[in-house]
Design a protein around this ligand. Structure first.
Ligand SMILES: [Zn+2]
Length: 562
C-alpha cells in the first residue's frame, strides 16, 4: 500500500497555497502580472519542497482560459485537464527514466507543433540532471532557439550536475528546505482539516522525520492516520514507527556525563530489545546531536528547528555539561558507528563499544597539541584544519574546553610512528616525467571547466598518473568506482578526447582506474590540477597530521612570524 493520500489530496493548486516558498511564488506572480514569463526555468532544491507543484501551477496559469490575476482559475477545460494529467500541451518527463538522446530528439520533434488548446506548450522535465551528456547537447540546441510557444520547466535535486550551458539559459529558482516549524504548521493545518487529534510533540516528531520535505512528513501522517486511534501522541508514534522517544537520548547523554557504565549498557540494551532497529537508534542519536549542536552554536535558530522554549529548558543541563567540541566529537563517533553498522559489523556490540568510548572520553584534544606530540617538539609549521569545529562561540558557558580549535575524532588517532611516513603516491607511481602531465593537466582542466563543468568537477576527485604517445591514465580513490564507470561512456570519452586535443593538438585516449591507496579527495570545482610543488607539505609531522585528520592545507604560516 502506498502512503501518498494526503500529499495528493492537499497538493497546492494555487501559488498562494504553496508552503514555505514565498520568495519563489512572489517572483513568479510578479513576472506573470508584468507579462514577463521566461521560456526556461530551473527549479532546484531537495525533494518534497514543492518544485513539481509550482511547475504545474505555473503551467496551469500559462494556459488558463480565465486566469484570476496571477493564479489559474482551476475550472476551465485546460486547468482541469492539467489537474487530471490529460493535457496534450503539458508534457511531464521524468529524466531519470528518459535519459537518452532519442528521448530528447522525440521532444524536439513534438515541440515544433503548435499547442492544441492553450497558448503554450510546456515541458516539465523532472530530475533533469539525470540526462546523458549527449541528451543535454540535444536539449541545448532546442533551448538556443525555442519556438515562441514553448516553455521549459526543469526540476533538479542536484543542480551541480546540470551543465553550465543549460544553466546559463534558464531562470533559476532555489527552493529552500522547509523548516521544522513550517512543516509543523502545515501538518497541523492538514490534521485539523482531517479531524485528526494529534499532540504538539507528535507533530514536532513528524516534522523532524520529514527532514525538510513536506511529502515525507505527510506520508508518515497518512500511515499513522490509517491506524484510527483517537489520539496521536508521541508514544504511539515512536512505538508504531519503531523510533526512539526523544527523551531517551538525553537520558543516555546524562549517564555518559556521570560515567555510569552499567546504567548506559542496561538502557541501550533495553531500547534495542524493544524492537528498535540498531541503525535507527544511531540515526536518531545523530539527529538529537544535531539539535544539541544547533542549541549550542546558534541558539537563536532553535525555533526554525521546531524546538520550543520548554524543550530548550529540558536540554539545559546537557548543554552545560558538554562543550561544543565534545558534541562534535560525539557526532563524529556516531557517523563512524553508522558506517560500521552499514558495513556489516555487529550493531549491538559496536553500539555498546561506542557508548563505552564516550564514557572514557576525556577533554577535547586540540590539533596543536597532537602536532606537538607527533613532531616531538613544538613544531615548525602551523596547519589550518578545515573542520567545522571552529564554529562561532556561543553565549552558553563552555565548562570544559574553552578552546574552539579543531578536535580529534575519537577513534582515528594512531600512535606516532618512529620511521618517517612513505612518500606520496604521486611521486612513486608517475610513469613519465611529471612535467609533461603537470603542464597539460591544468590546461586541460581549465578548458574542460569552461565547456563541461560537471566533468571537470568530477575529475578534481581524480589524480592524473601517466601519459604516453596516445593515452592518459587517471586514478580515482577507493570511492571512485562509480565515476570510473560513468567516464567510460563512449560520448564522454569523445568529449574528453576533443578537449585534450584542443589543448595539446594531439589525440589522447583516457583510461580511468581505481587506486585503493589514493587518499580521498573532496569535490572541488575551483581546484585545477596538481598542487604546486612549493605548496606540497614536506614536514613529516604535517603529512602525518593530514592523514590523521583527513585534512588539506589551506594556508601556511611560520610560527616564528608571530
Ligand atoms: Zn483555468
Amino acid at each position: 500500500m502506498s502512503y501518498f493520500v494526503f500529499a495528493r489530496k492537499y497538493r497546492p493548486q494555487k501559488f498562494a497555497d504553496v508552503v514555505a516558498q514565498k520568495h519563489i511564488t512572489e517572483t513568479l506572480t510578479k513576472a506573470i502580472e508584468n507579462d514577463r514569463v521566461s521560456q526556461a526555468y530551473l527549479f532546484c532544491g531537495v525533494r518534497g519542497t514543492g518544485k513539481t507543484s509550482i511547475a504545474r501551477i505555473l503551467a496551469k496559469r500559462l494556459n488558463c482560459a480565465n486566469p484570476q490575476g496571477a493564479e489559474p482559475c482551476d475550472q476551465c477545460e485546460s486547468c482541469l485537464a492539467i489537474v487530471k494529467g490529460h493535457s496534450h500541451d503539458i508534457l511531464e518527463i521524468d529524466a531519470a527514466s528518459h535519459t537518452s538522446v532519442d528521448d530528447i530528439r522525440e521532444l524536439r520533434e513534438s515541440i515544433k507543433y503548435a499547442p492544441t488548446g492553450g497558448k503554450h506548450k510546456i515541458y516539465i522535465i523532472d530530475e533533469v540532471h539525470r540526462l546523458s551528456p549527449s541528451a543535454f547537447d540535444a536539449l541545448l540546441k532546442t533551448l538556443e532557439e525555442p519556438p515562441a510557444h514553448a516553455v521549459f520547466i526543469f526540476a533538479t535535486t542536484e543542480v551541480h550536475k546540470v551543465p553550465q550551458t543549460i544553466l546559463s539559459r534558464c531562470q533559476r529558482y532555489d527552493f529552500k528546505r522547509i523548516s521544522e516549524s513550517e512543516l509543523k504548521a502545515a501538518l497541523k493545518e492538514i490534521a485539523d482539516k482531517e479531524g485528526l487529534k494529534i499532540t504538539e510533540e507528535a507533530l514536532a516528531e513528524l516534522a523532524k522525520r520529514g527532514d525538510g520535505s513536506l511529502r515525507d512528513s505527510l506520508s508518515i501522517l497518512d500511515q499513522v492516520a490509517s491506524w484510527q486511534h483517537d489520539l496521536i501522541d508521541e508514544k504511539l508514534l515512536t512505538e508504531a514507527l519503531g523510533i526512539v522517544p526523544r527523551g531517551e537520548y538525553a537520558q543516555v547523554l546524562r549517564l555518559i556525563r556521570q560515567k555510569n557504565t552499567t546504567e548506559i549498557i542496561t538502557k541501550v540494551n533495553a531500547v534495542l530489545n524493544s524492537g528498535i532497529d540498531a541503525s535507527e537508534f544511531v540515526r536518531g542519536f545523530q539527529q538529537e546531536l544535531r539539535l544539541l549542536l544547533v542549541l549550542k552554536a546558534a541558539p537563536n535558530l532553535a525555533t526554525d528547528y521546531g524546538i520550543t522554549t520548554e524543550e530548550v529548558a529540558q536540554y539545559d543541563d546537557i548543554l552545560q555539561g558538554y562543550s561544543l567540541n565534545d558534541l562534535l566529537r560525539i557526532q563524529n563517533l556516531l557517523v563512524n558507528l553508522e558506517q560500521k553498522i552499514r558495513d556489516g559489523f555487529d550493531p549491538v556490540i559496536n553500539i555498546e563499544l561506542a557508548m563505552l568510548k564516550l564514557v572514557a572520553m576525556e577533554d577535547s584534544v586540540t590539533l596543536e597539541s597532537v602536532l606537538r606530540q607527533l613532531a616531538g617538539n613544538p613544531g615548525s609549521s602551523k596547519v589550518t584544519n578545515t573542520s567545522p569545529a571552529g564554529a562561532p562561540k556561543t553565549h552558553q558557558s563552555e565548562l570544559k574546553s574553552p578552546d574552539p580549535s579543531p578536535v580529534l575524532p575519537l577513534d582515528s588517532l594512531t600512535p606516532p610512528q618512529s620511521n618517517p611516513p612513505a612518500v606520496s603516491s604521486t611521486a612513486a607511481t608517475a610513469a613519465v616525467a611529471p612535467a609533461d602531465l603537470a603542464t597539460i593537466w591544468p590546461r586541460f582542466m581549465q578548458s574542460l571547466k569552461t565547456t563541461h563543468r560537471n566533468l571537470q568537477i568530477k575529475l578534481t576527485l581524480a589524480e592524473p598518473r601517466s601519459i604516453d604517445d596516445n593515452k592518459i591514465t587517471v586514478a580515482f580513490d577507493r570511492l571512485g568506482e562509480v565515476h570510473v564507470r560513468q567516464l567510460q561512456d563512449r560520448d564522454i570519452q569523445k568529449t574528453l578526447e576533443h578537449v585534450v586535443k584542443g589543448v595539446t593538438g594531439k589525440t589522447y585516449h583516457f583510461q580511468f582506474f581505481v587506486d585503493k591507496n589514493l587518499a580521498h579527495r573532496q569535490e572541488n570545482g575551483n581546484q585545477i590540477g596538481l598542487l604546486a610543488e612549493s605548496e606540497k607539505p614536506d614536514h613529516p609531522a604535517v603529512i602525518k597530521a593530514m592523514e590523521v585528520f583527513d585534512a588539506e592545507i589551506v594556508g601556511r604560516q611560520d610560527l616564528a612570524d608571530q
